[in-house]
Design a protein around this ligand. Structure first.
Ligand code: F6P
Length: 378
């Protein structure tokens, strides 16, 4: 039988996502309403692993005052990192090389020293995998799913995704007027890692003419034929929305690089697609990479609400005695899913989903078939 909870910690890990501060606020208020103390660990787990590097010792007391007025703010008030995996922490060795060191026991000792009874870890698949490991090592813990990529399997949605899609759609709207005025082709590259959710949803919502996603390997001859077909029918401009993880049939993923202790960084496919399309069609083609802009800004009301619901549900889960679970949206409710199930598989776009069928009905080209005659679009 575990002792009752008196003090919990919150940690945000991996890339930030609009809605994180709503989670922090809801979890803090729900915990304070149970007379629990709440601390935020700075920058993932770095606040506990490197307390000397922080003027406040790496922990922020979270009170009603400190979480006031943050629901609409992007980012995370406690900071995050995608380099702080405590189970394989990159440490520089005396000879200048890097070695990954397992710092789990050291971290658990710090939780004890600070009298922290439980952790709410807010993050994507990487942070939730670390969470599962810490849970197995004995930490009482609940996960909150976060990613703009929407690629977590056991939750209908993650906060940050709606904001990213909304902003990408607005950007594509803006690109339409300049593309139309100049009679240009514009290729827009969006984030999403190995899933095409952002490209698919933003591309459809804004009327892009072709959408290239990781789930459907593309052949640019089809996209070029679409551009030419549109031109022959009086539309001299085209908008192509490309997911950063889109791959040419028989080709390779575009990788920018990989820093020590980080996942591979994707990027560059937009420029490659633009160059090749220009070469094939002879039409002036430009590239816009939306990149981290999709992670910034104020969360949409959908993401704020989801963040609030997840934050409060995580506290309820702890209060009800759950550990090793992730809160998950399963409309109309929020469920608790075992962490091992939550991280077992990545959620990619199913090829038989109605969005793909709808896009094809609208004449949107995925680079896997010749353009349909309806493909004039907006
Ligand atoms: O997972 C969220 C995400 O924004 C991906 O879409 C993108 O590939 C990656 O993070 C970028 O990470 P970083 O902030 O390290 O560049």
């Amino acid at each position: 039988m575990r002792p009752p909870i008196k003090r919990i910690a919150l940690s945000t890990g991996g890339g930030d996502a609009p809605g994180l501060n709503a989670v922090i606020r809801a979890a803090t208020l729900a915990a304070r309403n149970r007379d629990w103390d709440v601390v935020g660990i700075r920058d993932g787990y770095n606040g506990l692993l490197f307390p000397d590097e922080y003027p406040d010792g790496g922990l922020i007391e979270l009170t009603r005052d400190s979480v006031r007025g943050i629901i609409h703010q992007g980012g995370t008030i406690i900071g995050t990192t995608n380099r702080g995996n405590p189970t394989a922490y990159p440490m520089r060795q005396p000879d200048g090389t890097w070695k990954e060191v397992d710092r789990t026991q050291e971290l658990l000792a710090r939780f004890d020293e600070h009298g922290i009874d439980a952790l709410i870890t807010i993050g994507g698949d990487g942070s939730l995998t670390i969470g599962r490991h810490l849970h197995e090592a004995g930490l009482r813990l609940v996960g909150v799913p976060k990613t703009i990529d929407n690629d977590l399997e056991k939750t209908t949605s993650t906060f940050g995704f709606d904001t990213a899609v909304d902003f990408a759609s607005e950007c594509i709207d803006r690109l339409f007027s300049t593309a139309t005025s100049h009679g240009r082709v514009i290729v827009v590259e969006v984030m999403g890692r190995y899933a095409g959710w952002i490209a698919l949803n933003a591309g459809m919502a804004s009327g892009a003419h072709a959408i290239l996603i990781p789930e459907i390997p593309f052949d640019l001859e089809h996209v070029a034929a679409l551009i030419t077909h549109r031109e022959q029918h009086g539309a001299k401009f085209s908008i192509i929305c490309v997911a950063e993880g889109a791959v040419p049939a028989g080709g390779e993923l575009s990788i920018v690089g990989r820093a020590v202790g980080q996942a591979e960084r994707l990027g560059g496919v937009g420029a490659k697609v633009a160059n090749q399309l220009e070469a094939i069609t002879g039409r002036e083609t430009r590239t816009v990479v939306l990149g981290h802009l999709l992670r910034g800004g104020s969360p949409t009301s959908f993401d704020r609400l989801l963040g609030l619901r997840f934050g409060a549900a995580a506290v309820r889960a702890l209060d009800e005695g759950h550990t090793g679970v992730m809160v998950a949206l399963n409309p109309p409710t929020v469920d608790y899913i075992p962490l091992e199930e939550a991280i077992s598989r990545q959620k990619t776009v199913p090829l038989d989903c109605d969005s793909i069928a709808t896009a094809r009905d609208l004449g949107i080209n995925f680079g896997d078939e010749p353009p349909r005659h309806s493909a004039i679009g907006r």
